[in-house]
Ligand binder design. Structure first.
Ligand SMILES: Nc1nc2c(ncn2[C@@H]2O[C@H](COP(=O)(O)OP(=O)(O)OP(=O)(O)O)[C@@H](O)[C@H]2O)c(=O)[nH]1
Ligand SMILES: [Mg+2]
Length: 635
């Protein structure tokens, strides 16, 4: 599951666009409605054209509420970056863009809103040129710019499609079995107690489990879970999740806290980070500056220790150690933002390199810097896994090339991931049974991608069953095109799904294990009546057209799917048992007499020439017989 966020200058139409996309206006507070301005985060969700549900976090654009914006923007997979056509790029357009870039938000779409206010297409072209220039060198550099109007709904369906496409390219959220939910909202529901919401990452949460509120460490139990207002027993990573927690009072948990499994994470008061100071900052960053740090939904006051230089000039990168006034939960690789408290100014940000440094580092110490540099690169296994996650399903050679590790290190990293089940070969390994398969052409995937792919495939099959209750299952080719997989990958995925007992395949159909077509009483009677007509005249039975007009397309096709009837093109159809009997007898005759004519078949089965010819042509097509002039012989 994915979460999309909005961003952009105040009043540029973010919330209205969310309403146009989802039907829900994300502004919840009375004051927001009155002032027509978003103050705090808003939430909505929608179902994309491909059936995928995504959550939406709507943020305020006004600079006074940038801290609320920062609490919501961290966990998103993609952004809708909103710029109003009548105003173009404004100060918070630039500030939000810088934040998206520092957080390395992986994908996005630029929505040029309020286009209904502009009659002059040249103006729109000019604004778009400005936007392109501003995006250059940022994470959104390659993002499409779409012209929309929430008022006239112009461009909204194109925007939905673009969102679908951009999320389809995202690797799945990894399930590291270490869930954490940065809390962005806390409230109570009468009769249920404390509820927190957030974007779940790194693992799933299950009803009944024990959880812990960090940094305080208070324990509670998951009493209920919801995603997009739907109750569920298990919330998957990447979903907007509401958790009803028993045993925790509403005043014991606040925005910025993190819900985890007890013992999985330790809060920290000190972090080592890579940092980039934005280029258009008013003055250099000095050692010992007091800043506000934003990570997940949390905000803490921190003191900056500049480890490698006297000061950082605008646009420069550096290594910092941050001493935090209050503990927070941080994980290596998490992105964060720093702001100057007053006057408020976004300074820059980067990634956590060491969330639990053992000591206060000495400044200007080469060994410390080297240590941080190697930590920032990550362990070989992490690098390899990242390459794999980015590719989804790929041949091992491609994954190795992308990781850029030397052969020996790559092999070790691979073995490590293979042994811990993080990397899965999709095809039967060749070679010795107990050795770890390792070959550049081996098709592999990550556990996370596999689970996502398997779930998608099963979901497609289930949807097909629901919408086509009279079909045996989804045709294999249709499933392939819905999953958008190359043939080799699709075949490998299917094989594994069948081996794991997650789906069954018979003939051209793919179905849920144990799925049977449920006929109504009326359909059963219709079927029996039709089969009785076949029984009365097995070799000159009703034609396919007759059948369809008697029982309808769906029921007729179901009878074929279930192998009750065997169609013989173009329009003849037999009961399957009668068809097999015919083939057997023709075969016997051919074995005895060498050749057979249509007239002989007609007379043998006491049928008409039409049926006899249809059967013989079908046998030719099946490669059972060959035609020689007016007669056939066995092939
Ligand atoms: N004509 C026109 N007006 C729009 C359109 N979209 C939004 N508006 C108007 O612009 C104003 C601001 O819209 P919002 O959606 O509240 O803007 P916002 O970006 O959410 O603002 P903040 O959350 O405060 O940053 C409202 O009066 C909307 O009715 C549009 O496509 N066309
Ligand atoms: Mg708004």
């Amino acid at each position: 599951m994915y979460v999309i966020g909005t961003a952009g200058h105040v009043d540029h139409g973010k919330s209205t666009l969310v309403q146009a996309l989802t039907g829900t206006h994300p502004d919840r507070l009375k004051e927001e409605r009155e002032r027509e301005m978003t103050i705090d985060l808003g939430f909505a969700w929608l179902t994309l054209p491909n059936g995928e549900d995504v959550g939406i976090v709507d943020v305020p654009g006004h600079r006074d509420f940038i801290e609320n914006m920062l609490a919501g923007i961290g966990g998103i997979d993609a952004v809708i970056f909103v710029i109003a056509a009548d105003e173009g790029i404004m100060p918070q357009t630039r500030e939000h863009l810088a934040i998206l870039d520092l957080l390395q938000i992986p994908s996005g779409i630029v929505a040029l809103t309020k286009t209904d206010l502009i009659d002059d297409p040249d103006w729109l072209d000019l604004v778009e040129e400005d936007i392109r220039a501003a995006l250059r060198g940022t994470v959104l550099e390659k993002s499409p710019v779409l012209r929309v109007s929430s008022r006239t709904k112009q461009g909204i369906s194109e925007l939905l499609q673009a969102l679908t496409d951009c999320l389809a390219e995202r690797p799945p959220r990894p399930d590291l079995k270490r869930p954490r939910l940065p809390v962005d909202r806390v409230f109570t529901i009468a009769g249920f107690g404390t509820v927190v919401t957030g974007t779940l990452s790194d693992g799933g949460l299950r009803t009944g489990e024990e959880v812990q509120v960090l940094p305080a460490g208070i324990r509670g139990r998951v009493r209920g879970l919801q995603t997009h207002k739907k109750k569920e027993d298990f919330a998957v990573p990447g979903s907007r999740t509401a958790v009803n927690i028993s045993g925790v009072n509403v005043d014991q948990v606040k925005r910025g806290d993190v819900i985890v499994h007890p013992g999985d994470y330790q809060p920290t008061r000190r972090v080592d980070v890579r940092f980039r100071l934005l280029p258009d900052i008013s003055r250099p960053l000095e050692h010992s500056t007091e800043v506000k740090m934003y990570l997940g939904a949390a905000e803490v006051v921190a003191r900056v220790r500049l480890l490698g230089s006297e000061q950082l000039d605008p646009g420069q990168d550096g290594w910092l150690q941050l001493e935090l006034n209050e503990p927070l939960v941080a994980v290596r690789g998490d992105r964060y933002i720093l702001r100057r408290p007053s006057p408020g100014e976004t300074l820059g940000g980067g990634a956590i390199v060491d969330p639990q440094p053992q000591k206060r580092h000495k400044r200007f110490y080469a060994e410390t810097i080297e240590h941080l540099e190697s930590l920032a690169r990550g362990s070989p296994a992490e690098i390899l896994l990242q390459s794999l996650l980015a590719l989804g399903v790929a041949v091992l050679g491609e994954v190795l090339a992308r990781s850029n590790l030397d052969a020996e290190t790559a092999r070790q990293a691979y073995n490590e991931l293979y042994s811990s089940g993080q990397i899965l070969p999709l095809e039967a390994p060749t070679g010795e049974a107990d050795s770890i398969p390792y070959h550049p052409t081996l098709l592999v995937t990550s556990l996370a991608s596999w689970e996502q792919l398997a779930n998608r495939a099963i979901q497609e099959v289930e949807v097909y069953h629901r919408t086509n209750p009279l079909r045996r299952g989804i045709p294999r080719e249709e499933l392939k095109s819905r999953l958008k997989l190359a043939p080799r990958m699709f075949n490998a995925v299917m094989r594994k799904l069948v081996t794991n007992g997650l789906i069954e395949e018979r003939g051209p159909h793919v179905f849920k294990p144990g799925y049977t077509i449920q006929f109504t009483q009326l359909q059963k009677r219709q079927q029996e009546a039709l089969l009785a007509r076949f029984a009365a005249s097995p070799y000159a039975p009703p034609t396919s057209k007759d059948c369809i007009s008697e029982v309808g397309d769906d029921l007729y096709n179901a009878m074929i799917d279930l192998d009750m009837l065997t169609p013989v093109p173009p329009d003849v159809v037999f009961r399957t048992e009668d068809y097999h009997k015919m083939v057997e007898e023709i075969r016997k005759l051919l074995e005895k007499q060498g050749t057979i004519s249509a007239a002989e078949v007609r007379d043998h089965f006491n049928t008409s020439r039409r049926y006899a010819l249809a059967v013989l042509e079908y046998l030719d097509a099946q490669g059972i017989t060959v035609r020689e002039g007016d007669v056939r012989r066995l092939k």
